[in-house]
Design a protein around this ligand. Structure first.
Ligand SMILES: Cc1ncc(COP(=O)(O)O)c(C=O)c1O
Length: 405
């Protein structure tokens, strides 16, 4: 068997140096656990950056992949196959948004969303109606369109010139929103819960203001639910948690349980802005990925996983709040359900590395935030195990008089 050192050395020689990986190689997974090359077990609070929401190697997913792979993996979008329409119907009934386009990643779902918004904008207000409004601190992906909407310098630097006509406003700043939106606005795009930006929620009031501003100026309201959607907040779509319905929603990560599949969903009246040939993809919406995604939703429903997300998510929140009370390095908890963050006042990466050595997988964002994106099958006993280790690592600190919210 290839050793860990051989794996690292081969990657060092042949890959573009874009990733700063943790010092572990995994061989297999089961439920909320991963196993490294030596068979050592790790409790996984990262779930492949939010992708493995059903846990690793769910038996129904393994079976459906086997069955469908033996029949048909890919045919391209030149032809019909059974599952793309069925999955679109399912997404439409869950979201209330009538039309779907399938992509291969989150970034591509964002690209498609803004292409549709531009077409709709031009239709409603001519070429001039093309401006985009996004939020400071946001993250929408790495392609030029998605990167141009990403409100963090570190992702944009070095790649200029980016897309023109993008205005960034602070999250939850309704006055800035009102100043920025006008009749030239084609779209307002936001994550209801920031993921890479550090786990920050948009307030329901701000989301309602965005809805009203978009309606006033016939702009398209796009929610990027690539990280926070599809169950992570405890509802099928995060917008249902916040009570504000967008015109377009972009999803990806857990949709096909680890196979590459993204999508954007749009209101019926936007569908007429786009016509055959104006957008497309070779891989998107293939029969294997779509069939697995249908199974994903069946499992969510039959195993009542959203209820688990709400119950265990509340438990995780309570345990994180206890850490804030007891450990001076932990200063705030943010997020809900199974998208939560613990704000530290010390660098997070060393804590993540020490947790790894203790068999717990967490990850760090924005230098000082520990992020939790566990699988929806996580139980209270797993939370206890993880928090026990974190509590130890964060060290005995002075008791805090008050807890941040
Ligand atoms: C909110 C959000 N938007 C877009 C993306 C990009 O998705 P992908 O990496 O699948 O292209 C991500 C990925 O982390 C994300 O969290």
């Amino acid at each position: 068997m290839t050793s860990f050192e051989q794996i690292v050395e081969r990657e060092r020689r042949f890959l573009l140096p874009t990733y700063n990986r943790y010092a572990v190689a995994f061989e297999r997974g089961k439920g909320v656990f991963l196993f490294d090359l030596e068979g050592r077990r790790y409790l996984d609070f990262v779930s492949g950056l939010g992708v493995n929401a059903l846990g690793h190697a769910h038996p129904r997913i393994v079976n459906i992949i086997r069955e469908q792979a033996a029949k048909l993996i890919h045919v391209s979008n030149l032809y019909y196959s059974e599952y793309q329409g069925l999955l679109a119907e399912k997404l439409s009934s869950l979201s209330g948004l009538e039309r779907v386009f399938f992509s291969n990643s989150g970034t591509e779902a964002i690209e498609g969303s803004i292409k549709l918004a531009r077409l709709a904008g031009h239709r409603a207000g001519g070429e001039e109606k093309s401006e985009l409004i996004a939020l400071q601190g946001s993250y929408h992906g790495r392609t030029f369109g998605a990167m141009s909407l990403t409100g963090q310098e570190k992702y944009r630097k070095g790649f200029e010139p980016l897309l023109e006509n993008v205005t960034f406003i602070p999250r939850n700043d309704s006055d800035a929103l009102r100043r920025a939106v006008n009749d030239k606005t084609a779209a307002i795009i936001l994550e209801p819960v920031f993921g890479e930006g550090g786990i920050h929620e948009c307030s329901p009031e701000f989301l309602r203001e965005c809805r009203a501003a978009a309606d006033r100026h016939r702009a398209v309201l796009i929610f990027d639910e690539i990280q926070c959607g599809l169950g992570r907040t405890g509802t099928a779509f995060a917008f249902q948690t916040f009570g504000v319905t967008p015109d377009v929603v972009a999803i990806a990560k857990p949709l096909a349980a680890g196979l590459a599949l993204g999508a954007f969903l749009a209101r019926e009246d936007l569908a007429c802005a786009i016509s055959a040939g104006q957008h497309g993809t070779t891989f998107g919406g293939g029969p294997l990925a779509c069939r697995v995604a249908l199974e994903y939703f069946s499992i969510l429903e039959e195993e009542k996983l959203l209820e688990n997300v709400c119950r265990v998510g509340a438990y995780l929140k309570a345990k994180l709040n206890e850490l804030v009370d007891k450990r001076s390095a932990a200063i705030q908890t943010r997020g809900r359900g199974f998208i939560q963050g613990l704000q530290l006042d010390i660098p997070a990466r060393p804590i993540v590395e020490q947790a790894l050595a203790e068999g717990i997988l967490i990850n760090s964002i924005q230098d000082t935030v520990i992020r939790f994106l566990p699988a929806f099958v996580l139980e209270e006993k797993h939370v206890d195990q993880g928090m026990g280790v974190l509590s130890k690592l964060l060290g005995a600190g002075r008791a805090r008089a008050s807890r941040a919210t």
